[in-house]
Design a protein around this ligand. Sequence first.
Ligand SMILES: Cc1cc2nc3c(=O)[nH]c(=O)nc-3n(C[C@H](O)[C@H](O)[C@H](O)COP(=O)(O)OP(=O)(O)OC[C@H]3O[C@@H](n4cnc5c(N)ncnc54)[C@H](O)[C@@H]3O)c2cc1C
Length: 391
Amino acid sequence: MRFSYEADVEAFRKEVREFITKELPPEEERLRRGGEGGFRTNKEEYDYTMGFQKKLHAKGWLAMAWPKEYGGSGASHMRQLVYNEEMAYAGAPSGNMGIQWVGPCLMLYGTTEQKQRFIPRITSADDWWCTLYSEPGAGSDLASLQTRAVRDGDDYIINGQKIWTSGGHLADWGWIATRTDPDAPKHKGITLMMLDMKSPGVTVRPLINMAGRHGFNEVFFEDVRVPATQVAGEVNRGWYHMAVALDFERSGIQAYAGGRKNVERLTNLAKARPELLRQRPNVRTELADRAIDVNVGTLLAYRVATMQARGMVPNHEASASKLFGSEMGQRIALTGMHLLAMHGELREGSRGEIVDLATGYLGSASGTIAAGTSEIQRGIIATRGLGLPRG
Ligand SMILES: Cc1cc2nc3c(=O)[nH]c(=O)nc-3n(C[C@H](O)[C@H](O)[C@H](O)COP(=O)(O)OP(=O)(O)OC[C@H]3O[C@@H](n4cnc5c(N)ncnc54)[C@H](O)[C@@H]3O)c2cc1C
């Protein structure tokens, strides 16, 4: 067993760290901007995120995993891993759906015109994309989605509703899954389209989460016209296009790098304010557990990344990393609340506030729901990993 990176990958890590030091504002300012992983809730945070992404573009890193012909640099899995790890540890604003799945899907299934029109504006961070999949009656069982798109001449006309649309209030374009054949079996009547979010008939309404932040939205469609040239891939094959698996790093390392940073912050806080530990002595051992969590989870993520680097396709292994990382995030946030005791309820700017952990604590709840709930991940591990029958 050998746990080390190649020399060129370590040199790259150094380059990423230097870039972060030069281009990101100091940590306190990042936190003030809600910068944990690029939580875009208002125009200021959006501008901050886009500004940083433009710097990444200038450096050639925004789409570093993409093939060179599409503006990427075809980076190896290990370079991607190190890059994701360092960016998440630094709390850099990340998460760009255009880079994550719109562009990759267009590379595989888009027309030449679509590739020329959309891909350069994605890689240059000129367009921001949101994802319109979930509906009030379709989340885990996404194939049940009901938002209708009906062909009318050169257009499709969309009617229906989406929900939990992250960044929908700030997005230029929407990547939408619609039902185009209501009579086909549910997986076979779905079509993906690219929707101009400023189209007449699109209404975006904010959903404020329990931390009081506006990250996601409800989006309503009333006779919204989308040119048929903006269908992505084949009509009625959208379900299969959604599952597009390009060979990009998907280990979940960000949760562990961010978690490591948070455990370090809490440990430093406990050292700086010894009275907190005197009041809640159990937090010492809780912090020890959290440090173990981060190390165990990092190995789960490395397992996924090294499988990919060897040309394997991780499946239940990726579910294990997602599940453990999101639940660990909640445990770390809870440990922080235990450390701060009653001060933990105070938000930024409150009298007597030591540090705002409450926002992160409330925000951590969503990690076990977004991108596939914990129950769904456990189901995958039980069936595909352990070979148990479906429940
Ligand atoms: C922070 C955040 C951001 C999001 N951003 C987006 C976005 O940008 N675009 C978008 O389209 N969606 C987004 N979502 C929606 C997300 O994909 C869904 O919330 C998620 O898929 C769960 O669906 P649901 O909320 O409808 O819950 P449901 O699927 O209704 O689940 C309810 C409960 O039932 C359980 N359950 C459901 N099915 C099973 C099963 N088969 N076995 C066992 N238990 C089951 C679930 O685990 C859960 O506990 C976001 C969600 C969050 C929290």
